[in-house]
Design a protein around this ligand. Structure first.
Ligand code: AMP
Ligand code: FES
Ligand code: ZN
Length: 309
């Protein structure tokens, strides 16, 4: 197969884009071009904005940081240490990958260590909060969201960016649609504006790029990343929905993309437009930590911590 741009030998065939086949050089140019297109289309951030890039050490967030760096944006990385070992030193390895990546490019990496700040690793905080009734992922999500918002706010960043890709977004959409969780459907979008009480703007520049293409990008750019998934992700709902969507995609190439993009287009055409997000109206500052929350009284993060100690 030949690259449709230059006729050289193609290294990747993007089945979801009809018959787009590209050589290494053209693929490595195509990914940032697409990313830039979506940053502009959804008005995520501009050239003068300072972006805090949340990096997990995985292929998506490190590739995203690489792309933004190549595109010339002003970026700082944020790594959150979660204290997860899982027999593979998961958190330690992830941190090393992020540090190596930043050092190679002369980029700044901010590291926030959750166990040092909150007196327990994610599995420990989860155990003392839920006593084994829930997987650590619930507490993990809370802690990550809390730290990301705080770090972006305290550092005066204009936007917090994450490496969510199309597969992530389609699987979230599938879960929300199967259960018709209207609040989440209302809010799911490539960019979320800043809100009252210090809620920072959030953007997902890779939301229209396939996970498979991001893996190819990382590989072809020689980015070292953590191959292992978080040890607690086995059997998670999001992996289940991803597998389901992959089966659909195998039968109908492009199905994942059209599921997500048709949703975005329907929203642009007014689906949900008449409703304002009721959650935003309830936003106030948590009396304990000062972060924005919709929960009456203290925020979910502070309630979790109070239970954990
Ligand atoms: P996940 O929720 O693990 O699928 O991750 C989604 C996105 O959240 C990643 O692409 C990163 O941008 C960010 N993220 C996940 N884990 C971390 C971490 N430990 N530190 C900083 N950012 C993270
Ligand atoms: Fe948080 Fe797995 S990354 S529990
Ligand atoms: Zn709080």
């Amino acid at each position: 197969m030949k690259c449709i741009k230059c006729g050289e030998k193609a290294v990747i065939h993007l089945r979801q884009h009809n018959t787009l086949a590209l050589c290494k050089e053209d693929f490595l140019a195509w990914v940032p071009e697409q990313t830039q297109r979506f940053i502009e289309k959804y008005r995520m951030f501009g050239r003068d904005d300072r972006a805090l890039v949340a990096v997990s050490g995985g292929k998506d967030s490190l590739s995203l940081w690489d792309i933004l760096w190549r595109l010339g944006y002003s970026t700082t990385g944020l790594y959150i240490g979660l204290g997860i070992d899982g027999g593979i030193g998961y958190s330690d390895t992830s941190l090393k990958m992020c540090e190596k990546f930043a050092a190679e490019r002369g980029l700044q990496l901010q590291v926030v260590d959750a166990p040092a700040e909150y007196g327990g690793t994610i599995p420990e905080l989860s155990e003392s909060t839920h006593r084994g009734r829930k997987k650590p992922c619930a507490v993990c999500g809370l802690v990550k969201r809390h730290i990301m918002n705080r770090a972006a706010r305290e550092g005066g960043y204009d936007v917090l960016v994450t490496g969510h890709n199309l597969d992530d977004e389609a699987s979230i959409l599938m879960a929300n649609t199967l259960n018709w969780i209207s609040g989440y459907l209302l809010r799911q979008w490539p960019v979320l504006e800043a809100g009252p009480g210090g809620l920072v703007r959030k953007a997902k520049p890779l939301c229209r790029l396939y996970e498979r293409d991001m893996a190819a990008y990382a590989l072809l750019r020689g980015i070292e990343y953590v191959y292992e998934e978080c040890p607690y992700s086995h059997g998670s709902k999001s992996l289940f929905y991803k597998e389901m969507l992959n089966r659909l995609e195998a039968e109908r190439p492009g199905a994942k993309m059209s599921f997500y993009v048709a949703f975005l287009e329907a929203k642009e055409q007014g689906l949900f437009a008449s409703s304002t997000d009721p959650a935003l109206e309830r936003l106030h500052n948590c009396p304990s930590c000062g972060q924005p929350t919709t929960a009456p009284g203290g925020c979910a993060f502070c309630r979790m911590l109070a239970k954990a100690v």
